[in-house]
Design a binder for this molecule. Structure first.
Ligand SMILES: Nc1ncnc2c1ncn2[C@@H]1O[C@H](COP(=O)(O)OP(=O)(O)O)[C@@H](O)[C@H]1O
Ligand SMILES: [Mg+2]
Length: 174
């Protein structure tokens, strides 16, 4: 006889009669020692940049950092700014940009990498521009949210702009 565990593992029907997927186990997708990794390419368009941010927020939710947590908000902002820069300043026709986010549970930290195909132009100093200037605040924001950030050439072409963000405890405990 099957034992009842109280956990739902198969599809269930909601109040509207629609099938819901089974709930994901808490902290889904992490290794036993607390590491997780997301790696994906996105089209070099504003829509691709938005999709990158949403994809990362969803993945952090699986790792135990819901969209209202400080960690998720910080990572989402950093990814949004770096992705916007890859699309605006690092776009090469026909090339995607690439996002990688690693969660390192034991160090309580996220490492974010956004790669594009252009090396001729690179990120410039992260200072606050004059008040009446509309652009130029993205890297300043990254500087505020990240414990460190930088960029390096990427093999075979382009560059990787990276940032590290403190994770804090995941919702529901480590
Ligand atoms: N991925 C990138 N590729 C090339 N240049 C970049 C990249 N990211 C940033 N930069 C350079 O650094 C500058 C500052 O970036 P940022 O602070 O985000 O301001 P903004 O994007 O509004 O110009 C950009 O104007 C651009 O010259
Ligand atoms: Mg920018």
């Amino acid at each position: 006889m099957a034992r009842m565990t109280g956990k739902r593992t198969t599809a269930a029907t909601n109040a509207d009669g629609q099938q819901e997927p089974p709930p994901l186990p808490r902290r889904f997708g992490l290794t036993a020692n607390g590491y997780g990794s997301l790696s994906r390419q996105f089209p070099s368009t504003p829509r691709g940049a938005r999709l990158a941010r949403r994809t990362v927020v969803r993945q952090l939710g699986y790792w135990g950092f819901g969209p209202m947590t400080d960690a998720s908000c910080s990572v989402a902002l950093v990814v949004a700014e770096l992705a916007a820069n890859a699309v605006c300043h690092g776009r090469l026709r026909g090339r995607n940009f690439h996002v990688r986010v690693d969660y390192e549970g034991p160090a309580s930290r996220f490492r974010i990498e956004v790669s594009d195909a252009v090396l001729g132009r690179t990120p410039e100093h992260a200072t606050l521009p004059p008040e009446d200037q509309e652009s130029g605040r993205g890297l300043f924001l990254v500087e505020c949210l990240a414990t460190k950030w930088g960029w390096e050439p990427r093999n075979p072409i382009g560059k990787i702009v990276w940032a590290e963000v403190a994770a804090g405890p995941p919702a529901g405990g480590a």
